[in-house]
Design a protein around this ligand. Sequence first.
Ligand SMILES: Cc1cc2nc3c(=O)[nH]c(=O)nc-3n(C[C@H](O)[C@H](O)[C@H](O)COP(=O)(O)OP(=O)(O)OC[C@H]3O[C@@H](n4cnc5c(N)ncnc54)[C@H](O)[C@@H]3O)c2cc1C
Length: 312
Amino acid sequence: MDNKGKIDVQAKGHNGPIDFELSIDDGRVTDLEIKQHSEIPGIFDQVADKLRSDVLENQSFAIDAISGATVMSEAILESADQAVKNEGVQLPEKEKEQTRQKEEIQVDIVVIGGGEAGLVAAARLLTAGKKVALLEKNGYLGGATILNGSNVTATGSKTAKRIFGEQAKKDTPQHLAADVSNESLHTNDQNLTQVMTENIGEAIDFISDFVNLNYGKAQTQTPEHSIDRQIELPSSSSYELVKKAAEAFTKKGGQIFLDARVEHILQDENGKVTGVVAEGRKRTLTVHADAITLSTGGYGANLNMRGKKAKG
Ligand SMILES: Cc1cc2nc3c(=O)[nH]c(=O)nc-3n(C[C@H](O)[C@H](O)[C@H](O)COP(=O)(O)OP(=O)(O)OC[C@H]3O[C@@H](n4cnc5c(N)ncnc54)[C@H](O)[C@@H]3O)c2cc1C
């Protein structure tokens, strides 16, 4: 090709081919545009955005893969590299940056985990006037949350009153707890269930206001529940919550660190928590804090903890 043009590239993704187009101008990569893919959209969108900006900034495909999405990122980078070579385009030779950085920050509270629990907690703490940092081990946000269809119970919320009208008045935390217990064949942890049933309404209203979410009645109502109480987002995807909550949180002054796997909890001589140490591909991040919020995901994959009768 001449010094300017477009190259169609195909990479092998987890779920099928990933088609993208590279724009080249004057021996420089000026765009990497995804045309088609079959990957999980919430994860793929974040990974593709980050790869695109890293490639454009570094003018190289010899850059780090995105943590938690290594196979997908390497497939894109390697096929792009091969495609430009096949077209005779010479990008400047660059060695991968190998140096590790050390960074140290001080906040009031550090939130560990960037799924819905971590994002809502972080947003809430920020709203309460705290200086908050959220640390996520992957190079993208969302955890298991990104896979779910956003269907959630709205018991006790203003949102439920708006959607279900008079019927919402009959729905109480005790009523919800009884249905959850029946649904899980009475294997559920009663204390955790109580925390959820008594706080879910307030949490739904809080995050709806914080990021301007517009929940509606869910198309699927849990058959084991004795009343309609499920709501969902217009996109039917919790990626909407993750994306909007992260944007609002950072816009209002919260800090998010990706590729930051918390490996140590710091304590003083009396055992009081004083912060955490997180490791990433290129950085050790020490966060000094008065408190930490652990929101690193559930135990759905642990048969012993969830009970042998609970299938799925
Ligand atoms: C396919 C599917 C469908 C579902 N559908 C629904 C539904 O319709 N309704 C519903 O209510 N629930 C649903 N669920 C369950 C729901 O998605 C989870 O309960 C919820 O997402 C848990 O959120 P979380 O923030 O606790 O965990 P996660 O979203 O998993 O977030 C935890 C985060 O912590 C990070 N992390 C872990 N360890 C560390 C560490 N050491 N340092 C830094 N970060 C760390 C993880 O990478 C992750 O991003 C579904 C789940 C799945 C898998």
